[in-house]
Design a protein around this ligand. Structure first.
Ligand code: 5AD
Length: 356
């Protein structure tokens, strides 16, 4: 086996590792990434309680099950009280933070609804809130930040503008996406981004470039997962040799290489991994991830928030879901950081550097 300098991989090394199907080498990659995870972020997993509060979306992304053009989807928006009930549940159960995700809307009714919910969460529970609501104006980011959100997830989806173009409609602009990420940073959010893994025309080098992109943009948190087909989307027909096993493996390689290269960031073990393998969540954590996002709302509407096919655990209660996560985490000998915010060491260091 070729000797790698695991602490300091070159771009060529990373492309090789991203392309390999040598089982022994892959296991070595995951083990090395796990060591780096233990050294820099430890073996404590932090929970982010997730509420997908609306599937109403003004965008028409070619891969996404809740795209505007999918008229088979029954649309919903949870009430403020329902969202607050979930926030209370997350607070009572000592989840480190709370994530609000929905389809993308920029109308004032939506912006002020979110603002109002954020103020209520701040006043009632003082929970750390992460938003995952897509591209907005800088002014909107500012309002939501002021109302209490402290983190924002906005995936770049692919750092290759050609791929970005291929998987989005005309009105989605790569530069605008980049600008939104810059705006979030300027408005003092902890910034999360990520990509979809295993997209059409995406090469091993593209994926490695995604990791370089995270570094270049000084990203604090990463949420990325394998692309999974949704049967009612235009991209389903673009995936000629789609192989779920291959998608899973690519997803794990990306986590491991991102951990090895960025070291001190937070990385989520996403639902997309769990969708492809019933041990996907554990495998993600063992390859270097340290964050989980259990769903904390109970609603008939969970079945209407399907970004891709075969999404698991659509009817579990928040309690059952928490237990399932606890079981996976304990099975691999890790702990859960209840009652702790779990900011990434990378973020803490950036703050210290800026203050000093
Ligand atoms: N497969 C995997 N991930 C998807 N997302 C949307 N559709 C899919 C899909 N078919 C991801 C996007 C988006 C996030 C909320 O969900 O990366 O940013």
């Amino acid at each position: 086996m070729k000797k790698y300098n695991w602490d300091n991989l070159s771009k060529t090394d990373m492309i090789e590792l991203m392309s390999t199907d040598d089982k022994l080498l892959l296991q070595r990659l995951y083990d090395e990434a796990y060591k780096v995870k233990i050294k820099y972020v430890g073996n404590t997993v932090y929970f982010r309680g997730l509420v997908e509060f609306s599937n109403i979306c003004t965008k028409d992304c070619l891969y996404c099950g809740i795209r505007k053009g999918n008229d088979k989807v029954e649309r919903y928006c949870l009430s403020k009280e329902d969202i607050l009930k979930s926030a209370k549940w997350a607070y009572d159960n000592k989840y480190a933070s709370f994530v609000l995700q929905s389809g993308e809307r920029t109308d004032e009714e939506f912006v002020s609804f979110v603002e109002d919910v954020l103020y209520e969460i701040k006043n009632r529970y003082g929970l750390g809130v992460t938003l995952s609501l897509g591209e907005e104006t800088r002014e909107t980011y500012r309002r939501w930040r002021k109302a209490g959100a402290s983190r924002y997830l906005l995936r770049i989806e692919s750092s290759n503008p050609e791929i970005y173009k291929l998987i989005h409609p005309e009105d989605c602009d790569f530069q605008a996406r980049l600008q939104a990420i810059e705006d979030l940073r300027a408005e003092d959010y902890q910034v999360g981004t990520g990509v979809m893994i295993g997209l059409p025309a995406q090469t091993a080098e593209d994926l490695v470039n995604d990791i370089l992109f995270f570094k270049e943009h000084d990203i604090d948190m990463i949420g990325m997962g394998p692309y999974i087909v949704h049967h009612d989307t235009p991209m389903a027909s673009m995936m000629k040799d789609y192989d779920p096993k291959h998608q899973l493996e690519l997803g794990l390689k990306m986590i491991a290489l991102t951990r090895l290269y960025l070291k001190d960031v937070n990385i989520a073990s996403t639902t997309a991994l769990q969708t492809l393998d019933y041990l996907g969540r554990e495998r993600g954590l063992l390859a270097g991830a340290n964050i989980c996002m259990p769903v904390v709302y109970e609603s008939e509407n969970r079945k209407n928030y399907l970004l891709y096919d075969n999404k698991p655990a659509l009817t579990e209660t928040s309690e059952e879901n928490m237990k399932a996560f606890e079981k996976s985490i304990h099975r691999i000998g890790e702990n859960i950081g209840y009652g702790v915010m779990g900011n990434s060491p990378h973020y803490k260091k950036r703050k210290e550097d800026n203050n000093g």
